[in-house]
Design a binder for this molecule. Structure first.
Ligand SMILES: [Zn+2]
Length: 236
């Protein structure tokens, strides 16, 4: 065996669609250990698909062999049944609603977050990551809403009407969690002990589709204007 270690060198990184650097680095370092390329200075797994890249190193570039399977990123759709016509809105509803993350992709990736959203939906909770944004649930039409945070102009006026904000969401947990009020009570939720961070909101009874956007390519939670994390609409 040859355990020779070569001098590291910096080469352009051709990521093949994977997100391996959140700061947008286009180069990485590589050295060879016993003939096997060791790439450093970038993430261990892709921020979208969570795959650990397989590298091919030439004299002029570090290339990832397989393309990212999600060139557009991930838009995650789930549905929430709201037969009671009331929803509980807050950041987290654990332990009444939770999911088993074993076997799921890393929550640091868009895929892992999409899997978490779907697992929570299966438990009866519309859930989604929102970063440290303190968003609100805003009404946008008769039976449509967004989970969004406003942008502010120079005079600190928000670009989403405050009158349309039905519930503010603290982001200690960097997420929103929304459940049908009766379903939540059936799981042991106690309306008499609701803290100030939990809102109960009246909406039209029915089935609601949540379309969550944070996993999409180009989604920018730090954009200056209003940021929509999820669209919510009544579909039945
Ligand atoms: Zn990828």
């Amino acid at each position: 065996m040859n355990f020779e270690i070569t001098e590291p060198k910096t080469l352009p990184l051709e990521a093949n669609g994977h997100i391996l650097s959140f700061s947008g680095k286009t180069e990485a370092e590589v050295y060879f250990l016993a003939g096997i390329p060791q790439v450093s200075g970038v993430a261990y797994g892709c921020g979208v698909c969570d795959e650990r890249p397989k590298y091919q190193v030439t004299d002029t570039a570090i290339k990832v062999e397989n393309p990212c399977p999600y060139p557009e990123g991930l838009t995650t759709e789930i549905t929430l049944e709201v037969p009671s016509g009331k929803i509980v809105v807050t950041d987290g509803l654990s332990p009444l609603y939770s999911y088993d993350d074993s076997g799921l992709a890393s929550y640091n990736s868009a895929l892992g977050q999409a899997e978490a959203i779907r697992a929570m939906a299966a438990a009866g909770c519309a859930y989604g990551p929102v970063g440290n944004s303190c968003p609100g649930l805003y009404r946008t039409g008769p039976d449509t809403y967004v989970v969004a945070r406003p942008g502010y102009d120079e005079d600190d006026n928000p670009d989403l009407p405050e009158d349309d904000c039905f519930a503010g969401i603290v982001t200690d947990l960097w997420a929103y969690s929304i459940a049908d009020f009766d379903h939540w009570k059936s799981r042991g939720g106690d309306p008499d002990t609701l803290g100030w961070t939990v809102s109960v909101v009246d909406i039209t009874p029915g089935t609601y589709r949540f379309t969550h956007h944070t996993g999409e390519r180009g989604f920018n939670g730090d954009a200056p204007g209003a940021v929509v994390f999820a669209h919510v609409e009544r579909i039945a």
